[in-house]
Ligand binder design. Sequence first.
Ligand SMILES: *Cc1c(COP(=O)(O)O)cnc(C)c1O
Length: 483
Amino acid sequence: MNDRLIFQIPYLEKGKQILPTVPNEISSIEINIPDNLKRKKAPELPQISEPQLIRHYNKLSKKNFGVDTGFYPLGSCTMKYNPKINEEISRLENFVNIHPYQDEEDIQGALQLMYELDVLLCEITGMDKFTLQPSAGAHGELTGLFIIDAYHREKGNKRKNIIIPDSAHGTNPASVTMAGYNAVAVDSDENGKVDLKKLNELLDKETAGLMLTNPNTLGFFDENILKISKMVHDVGGLVYYDGANLNAIMTISKPRDMGFDIVHLNLHKTFSTPHGGGGPGSGPIGVTKELSKFLLIPTVELNNKGRYYLNYDKKDSIGKVKAFYGNFNVLIKAYSYILSLGAKGLKRASQLAVLNANYLKKHLSKYYHIPYPEICMHEFVISAIWQKEKGIRALDIAKRLMDFGFHPPTIYFPLIINEAIMIEPTETENKETLDMFIKAMIQIAKESDKNPEILKSAPHKTQIKRLDEAKAARDLILKYEYK
Ligand SMILES: *Cc1c(COP(=O)(O)O)cnc(C)c1O
């Protein structure tokens, strides 16, 4: 049977093809690889010893930069230090060795963890029920939009538009489009918040909902939030909270109290999973009681005998968006993070995140143009337009920061600010680190007057000097080097 699924590819050992041993249960499956797919020659893989291999990866790790190496003030994406205890706990043998097909009775602990994480996230956001299944923020957005769609369909009036502020994260319009809606942008006013007059003009009976980040990507908490959510509800729309970064408001204010119907959280940003370079992520969404019947299957429930179970019996559910129950390993870390900090600790983390951001913002304001100077939340945006007059761009400043041992901040986002540099120091950095960063930024501002060349050719001290931004990611040259 040549059309049979190829289920295991022969691997090579010293240039000779041998078949791997097939475990008993599956030995009856025929392994049938068409001749034209078989290798004629061994691949030319480097043959090296174990110490050589260890040294190779060790060397690579030292060329890299991470939050364990130094300060990482990347705005919008909350790249914060994730306490190692949460890693340890997620690696406990009994978590690592369970399988999603195991009997519910055997995995009561894992189910309990998911159930309780749901309860904790409800407590933090004010929502009534969560699903832990989506595997990223954008994935949660898409799931939330499907729920908005299900809600309107049930009412018999499928609507067309989702309104998004012009300062929104790029995934918002992308998810809206993927869910089959039109993304309609509402402008920000001169304070960087939603322009209520413009919003009013956009709202009508085609408005399915509004998607909002609060605090927004400029780092401001929109004090009109109750008015905004009421305006959307008044035309029959739902209000969706992009809670990818909850760092400024944990246990201080709840999205539900702001009038939101659906919330997604990025556990990999706020709740302790190192991310970047593609994952792993987790983007649970929480909803109000009214919307909970649409949530993904299965939900984790507790019966009256005190046993946890997976509930697939939900006729209004929008279905599944991922195999099984979510990125379980990320869920463990979030659970452990929340319990280890406690309500007080989470609040203190948010307070420090806000304090640190304002400390930096204040000290940089003499040297850089700050388009929206008032008190911010967890992040803020400066604009390099003063430096641009001297031919220095946000990119040059970001590159030069690497020479001082700092990861470059986010640049050219949000799009509504010219030469934007977006800074989020996070809660774990101490005053000494923040002062060193301020010192570097001041020196860079001075260099833009006196020595602009050093900025244009930066970085000078890194392993690899200035890269072509686009090509560096698209035309990778991968090689093995042993020197
Ligand atoms: C990071 C982020 C997202 C997207 O999350 P992913 O996990 O990268 O898909 C959405 N909105 C905001 C505000 C974000 O910061």
